[in-house]
Design a protein around this ligand. Structure first.
Ligand code: GLA
Length: 693
């Protein structure tokens, strides 16, 4: 039983395989948080201490950790919900009205019913348990049963309490070409806010929190949560004056107002959360496994070739066919035609919105290229940016009112494009029909869906920040129903659209336009903390790298990209015979290890050396792969010792090293470790291993 209720003390104890979460109702009806951590045995042991205010300036609400604090009364810390009723009342007072335990697909979910003391306004707190993953999903469903609309000014999906100060907060920062730059900062008095105000998701921060007590990869306490929402989110971490840290996340209230009409309900995006007492690795493993089993589409992702960096906007049938032939020769399984194939799209100046095939570039239609791609045994993918329009495009000339804009203002452009108001039914239908037509007319297996600018000038509606992305989720979900075999890739100027909201709606995710193999090691390391490896697209591209100017050997570039879902984005027509041969070898090897990479258990290994090695391990069943990178040799070319993890101590493993096969026990490999010395700069190696038969 994952949900235990002590009717005597009104305490709820929610347990997973090795964690527990508890709260209870006190005599004044407050839903008070009690515990989050390692598994407890009985709800009966938990007590709700009675509350007395410390002083008139420290009212009980300030001292009390509430599960879902609302705006109202003597509450001055962060609250999760602020609403205005039709009569102007801007305060909420909730009452506890009972609970239900629901069972869906064999999983237990506790629903706690709260109601406003005066108005027929209901707040149901949901706690869904995933015991074997040590995860829980929290959210709230609001319901307006009054006769009048209710304005929702702020809605965070849940609040969590950690009974410690001086925690470390980690997330990522970044910008275009530099996504997923991990940072860690001490939480002290005051607040940390991370957010996105761009409508489309952002490169700046990611909607999750990780709070730890000086944890390492394999030891120490970590509290984490990932919001299942793309677009405008906000998250607040607040170390209060009373020895605790609270954290909450949800819709960003910036310029946002939701109206709940009489009879309407609204479900806030869920937060997938968990606790680990064994460091960040357990957090990653639980999230990855859950995402693989329950969120992401099954099967491994294909090795793709994408022509963007090779041809940019200058696409034409002949060149793409040549690239496709070469891509097939290398071993690619999917050929993706990127930007430039439609309308008058010769640069960023025009074309977006005019989704017809450019006849000058494809005189025999797209079919000619698609036929060749199919004959070569590859799947065919195509780039679109459906939420956008160029001012010069016919679509905009015909429908100037389809974009977000104010009549009295000059409309903003960014990358010479406007954002379509997809919340208008006619615009939504246009996008759906355009893609449905494209997928019906042509034999397309993969859509790369891009979004290259943020939203602005949203017009009078203040709910579009939320509705925009919901519409995109709906359109893609509907398209997938009609075209179930098509894979959808989410991209937003590189890695600007990855979060637990879009995961599963889309199937593949572009990690970053930064394809520099060295920069990618950092990006991928940070990405892997929260997101599963299968959702991490990584390409090998040409050198000097267009962003960094760095020149890195092709082997290192392959190895770095093989850590995720492998793709190639080079101008392969310029490949030397040696580069072709090396690519063929690498892609062949990748296909062999792909299930271990994309569906295995991923370990970020320690590097004890003074030389900066990057060491990673993947394990699936009795098979594994080790990746070792040494971007730059220093300190006398010192070697390292790779201590593997997750092996069976008494089992003998056979490691296929460059020097020949090696047989060692799991105990040796995990405790003593495997000595490894790479030399020179941009050195790398991949070592496969398996249990000895
Ligand atoms: C964005 C994407 C790139 C490419 C271009 C095309 O920048 O991140 O991969 O598709 O758009 O314009």
């Amino acid at each position: 039983m994952s949900i235990a209720v002590s009717e005597k003390s009104n305490v709820f104890l929610l347990s997973t395989k090795s964690t527990s979460y508890a709260f209870g109702m006190d005599d004044r009806g407050l839903v008070r948080h009690l515990y989050w951590g390692k598994k407890l045995l009985s709800a009966d042991e938990l007590e709700l201490p009675s509350l007395t205010e410390v002083s008139t300036n420290d009212p009980v609400f300030e001292i009390t950790p509430e599960e879902f604090p609302v705006h109202g009364g003597l509450r001055y810390k962060e609250h999760c919900l602020k609403a205005t009723f039709a009569d102007g009342t801007r305060e909420l007072v909730y009452q506890y009205c009972g609970y239900d335990v629901e069972e869906t697909e064999g999983r237990e979910e506790l629903v706690l019913h709260l109601k406003d003391e005066h108005y027929a306004f209901f707040m149901d707190l949901h706690y869904r348990l995933y015991p074997q993953y040590d995860l829980m999903e929290r959210s709230v469903v609001l319901s307006n049963q009054t006769e009048d609309p209710i304005q929702i000014e702020k809605l965070h999906s849940a609040q969590f309490h950690i009974p410690y100060e001086n925690l470390n907060f980690s997330n990522v920062h970044g910008h275009w070409g530099a996504e997923q730059q991990r940072f860690v900062q001490k939480v002290s008095y005051g607040k940390i806010v991370i957010e996105n105000r761009r409508g489309i998701s952002t490169h700046n921060h990611n909607p999750y929190f990780v709070l730890d007590r000086d944890a390492t990869e394999t030891a120490g306490e970590v509290y984490f949560g990932a919001l299942r929402l793309s677009g405008n989110f906000s998250g607040v971490v607040e170390q209060t004056q009373y020895g605790e840290t609270l954290v909450q996340m949800g819709l960003n209230d910036h310029d946002c107002l939701l109206e709940l009409k009489p009879g309407e309900t609204f479900a806030a995006p869920a937060i997938l959360c968990g606790y680990s007492d064994s460091g960040f690795e357990t957090m990653s493993h639980n999230l990855h496994r859950f995402a693989l089993d329950h969120i992401l589409r099954k099967d491994c992702r294909p090795v793709l070739y994408n022509s963007w960096e090779a041809t940019e906007f200058h696409v034409n049938s002949r060149d793409q066919i040549n690239l496709a032939r070469k891509a097939a020769e290398l071993g690619a399984e999917l050929f993706v035609l990127d930007d430039g194939w439609f309308g008058e799209r010769h640069s960023i100046q025009n074309g977006l919105g005019d989704w017809y095939v450019n006849e000058g570039k494809f005189p025999n239609g797209l079919e000619e290229l698609i036929d060749v791609v199919k004959e070569l045994g590859m799947k065919f993918g195509i780039w679109v940016e459906p939420e956008m329009v160029n001012p010069k495009a016919q679509l905009y000339q015909q429908h100037p009112d389809w974009i977000y804009h104010y009549e009295t203002r000059v409309s903003d452009t960014s990358r010479v494009q406007y954002v379509l108001n997809v919340t208008k039914p006619e615009v939504r239908d246009f996008i759906y029909n355009m893609l449905d037509d494209l997928l019906t007319r042509y034999d397309i297996d993969y859509i790369k869906w891009d979004a290259n600018r943020p939203i602005s000038q949203t017009g009078p509606q203040r709910d579009v920040w939320y509705k925009h992305i919901q519409t995109i989720y709906e359109v893609v979900t509907e398209l997938k129903k009609k075209h179930p075999d098509v894979l959808f890739e989410a991209c937003a100027s590189g890695g600007g659209r990855i979060d637990y909201g879009i995961l599963g709606i889309f199937d593949d995710f572009w990690t970053s336009d930064n394809t520099d193999a060295y920069d990618r090691l950092y990006i991928q390391d940070a990405y892997s903390r929260i997101y599963p490896i299968k959702a991490m697209r990584a390409w090998v591209t040409d050198c000097p790298n267009f962003l960094s100017g760095r020149v890195i050997p092709l082997t290192f570039r392959y190895h770095s990209a093989m850590m995720g879902s492998l793709g190639v984005g080079c101008n392969i027509l310029k490949f030397t015979p040696e580069e072709v041969e090396l690519s063929q070898r690498m892609i062949r090897q990748y296909k062999e290890i792909r299930p271990i990479i994309q569906e295995g258990v991923f370990y970020r290994l320690d590097n004890p050396s003074a030389n900066q090695y990057f060491l990673y391990e993947y394990l699936k069943g009795g098979q594994g792969v080790l990746f070792a990178f040494l971007p730059q040799s220093k300190v006398g070319h010192r070697g390292t010792t790779i201590r593997l993890r997750g092996l069976e101590e008494e089992t003998i493993y056979v490691l296929h090293t460059a020097e020949g096969d090696l047989e060692k026990s799991g105990a040796y490999l995990m405790h003593h470790g495997l000595p490894l010395k790479l030399g020179g700069d941009y050195a790398s190696t991949v070592i496969r291993f398996e249990k000895k038969q």
